[in-house]
Ligand binder design. Structure first.
Ligand SMILES: *Cc1c(COP(=O)(O)O)cnc(C)c1O
Length: 379
């Protein structure tokens, strides 16, 4: 965040409108143009975006929706809002993205949709997913919380699946503190989601209170309180205007990490497939337990002692109490377990300096070198 965001937020506060109005509609349209989709619907989180997407496709009780094991719980939780069932698929070791083979194994007559998650910003195998969806008459809702901007075979994420959900949460590649966006090519769905984001009323508050408006409105169906505010949209607009610049910086940081950790047996490279462009929302370092004498968690503690805070993306869903109680079992997710045991997310954000990146690299390499397993190939 810079003074630009502060100034934009101040203007949005002082103009007195505060809630969703002209600033939000401009941001919605600017984002739509940037992605190149036909429609965009601004909301107050990606979770709300996913929820409204499932409303748009009329998800019903007892329907099944396939999601990857390695995601944030929001991807699964929205399905339960409908008393429908999140069905967990395994991931690929290389990309951490949902496995096509696993999707195929999980399809039943009750399957209604697939929610692929573009892990760390790397697009999933969308051609394969879209053709499975076509074959089985399923809808594809992309969880693109990590994936702005991202490209798959020269197509922007946000223009590929039936509906795409983006996040502007505090940690994401562009942020408003909280915020989200839906893109789709389907006009009818877009109109319905716009109505549902503001209580299901027939026209938005902006029109009701503007000069040409009247007090009259109708409630078409019960909706939700999912609109963004003009204050958050003002912040998000500034972030959008510098998103390419911020993206370039994340790519530079990743290049340094990739160079530094290649050809070192203590680490297993994370693979980005050649036909896609990721925005590196996360940089996943994968530790090789055969080469190291300390665990992933011990490695993280040693980094923390050097002032380097890391995280793990993600604790797989089936490891959580609620999902476990639905019958999901770690034993059925070999790849996801493999990834979970090895992954550390290193610091990556545009304001990270080259010196800081070098400091991270030096310490990661040093900790690995000091904790090699006796007789390991890495020695
Ligand atoms: C952050 C995140 C979400 C939720 O985004 P919010 O804007 O916080 O609702 C959903 N899915 C994934 C994969 C995420 O990382």
């Amino acid at each position: 965040m810079t003074d630009d965001e502060v100034q934009a937020a101040s203007r949005a506060i002082l103009n007195g409108w505060l809630t969703m109005g002209e600033i939000s509609f401009k941001f919605e349209n600017d984002f739509r143009q940037k992605v190149g989709s036909s429609h965009a619907v601004a909301v107050n989180s990606c979770t709300a975006a996913l929820h409204l997407a499932l409303c748009a496709i009329n998800l019903e009780a007892d329907d099944e929706v396939i999601i990857p094991a390695d995601t944030f719980t929001a991807t699964g939780e929205v399905i339960t809002y409908f008393k429908a069932k999140p069905v967990i698929a395994d991931i690929e070791k290389d990309t951490h993205n949902i496995s096509i083979k696993s999707i195929e194994e999980k399809i039943t007559p009750r399957t209604r949709a697939i929610i692929p998650v573009h892990f760390s910003g790397q697009p999933c195998d969308m051609d394969e997913i879209m053709s499975i969806a076509e074959k089985h008459k399923l809808k594809v809702i992309e969880d693109a919380a990590h994936a702005f901007p991202a490209r798959y075979k020269n197509r922007n994420v946000g223009t590929i699946g039936d509906i795409t959900a983006f996040s502007f949460y505090a940690t994401k590649t562009i942020t408003a503190g909280e915020g989200g966006m839906i893109t789709t090519e389907n006009e009818e769905w877009a109109q319905r989601m716009k109505m549902l984001r503001l209580h299901g009323i027939s026209k938005d508050a902006w029109k009701r209170y503007s000069a040409e408006g009247t007090y009259v409105y109708d409630v078409i169906e019960p909706g939700f309180k999912y609109n963004p505010t003009d204050i958050s949209s003002a912040i998000a607009s500034v972030q959008l205007s510098k998103s390419d610049e911020m993206n370039d910086r994340r790519l530079q940081i990743t290049q340094r990490y990739i160079e530094a950790f290649r050809n070192n047996d203590a680490f297993i490279p994370y693979v980005v497939k050649p036909d896609r462009e990721t925005c590196w929302h996360l940089y996943p370092l994968r530790l090789n337990p055969e080469a190291l004498s300390i665990s992933r968690d011990e490695f993280m503690i040693k980094l923390k002692q050097k002032g380097i805070v890391t995280s793990v993306h993600f604790i797989p869903l089936y490891r959580f109490t609620w999902y476990k109680n639905q019958g999901w079992d770690a034993a059925d997710f070999a790849n996801s377990e493999w990834v979970f045991e090895r992954e550390i997310s290193l610091p990556i954000y545009p304001s990270l300096t080259d010196e800081e990146v070098d400091y991270v690299i030096e310490n990661v390499i040093e900790i690995a070198a000091q904790n090699l397993r006796i007789g390991s190939p890495a020695r």
